[in-house]
Design a protein around this ligand. Sequence first.
Ligand code: SAH
Ligand code: SF4
Length: 351
Amino acid sequence: MNSTKIKNILLEADYSEIKRVFKEAKTVKQSTLGHDIYLRGLIELSNICTKDCLYCGIRKSNHSVNRYLMTKDEIIASAMFAFEKGFGSIVLQSGERDDENFVGFIENIVEEINYLTSQQLRITLSLGEQTTETYKRWFNSGAHRYLLRIETSNESLYNKIHPTNHSYGNRVNCLSVLKEIGFQLGTGVMIGLPYQTITDLVNDILFFKEMDIDMIGMGPFIEHSHTPLFGQPVYIANSHSQLLELSLKMIAATRIFLPKINIAATTALQALDPLGREKGINAGANVIMPNISPPQYREDYLLYEDKPCVNDLANDCFDCVIKRIEFTGQKVALFSSGDSLTFTSKKGNIT
Ligand code: SAH
Ligand code: SF4
């Protein structure tokens, strides 16, 4: 599959042809990875952020946000909930901080979770841009996956959606460093950003291949009224339903182009449609990331508005996720690490 085929998928307007492409992508997923869907328990451990991305609801200049940092005990309790339920893997995500207090806090928590679970719970970090030394410390403490979205592979668009002191070059460099250290590497983009074009999205998928990415977490851009990008012109989708369809086409095209990769059906899909994540699975995704953060913190971690599951308890989310996945004809792979096949099939990588 080349860039023309990717572009054709993204531009396809005929409903029956779109349905056929989604089916093709799901078939590719099933024949490459089977019927399994992997769970990652998402722990949003802090909304304190030193950065000011123009799209994000918890950017540092949004003074209406009530800032929090979960305690070590709370984070560990959430991780143990995931472990006992059979999630197989968790994602520790937060706003970006690079101070020693924070770096050491994460290092210590990762070590403790590994100790308490005899290293049977895979830990993904999603904590933004850090120095090589910090990434190495976190890797050595026992985190083996890292999720850092490139947001868009178009440098000039990247510059439009970030303040001038954020650097595209540094973001790409971080991805290379993470790979070099040995992390299973995740990235992704936002779909339907102001000024974004279909060609940008095609290039995003080519970027995933070029960077030898193992996991993809991409989803629709959803405006937040307390951010500078609110109300900026979006060229490639005029409504929530168009944005959902385009996001699903991105999942399908990525699955067909990169069959072995892990692709998440992200929560933002569900913000556009109550069945958004199931539709993601039906378009070729194989990972779901239920939010298992304690309920009292959820409404303070609003990257975008109308985020779903904000009022749910972790247990309710778990039960509803299992039912929702079965509804797609797939099965939840409990107690499975769910490593990316792109990663495990490389010589020398141990699962
Ligand atoms: N601070 C870390 C992780 C938390 S943000 C980081 O930036 O990498 C996680 C992701 O949320 C970002 O990568 C971005 O793609 C997504 N995000 C932020 N604001 C969003 C919005 N308004 N709509 C959709 N996704 C958004
Ligand atoms: Fe901070 Fe991440 Fe939001 Fe940027 S996207 S403002 S780094 S939390």
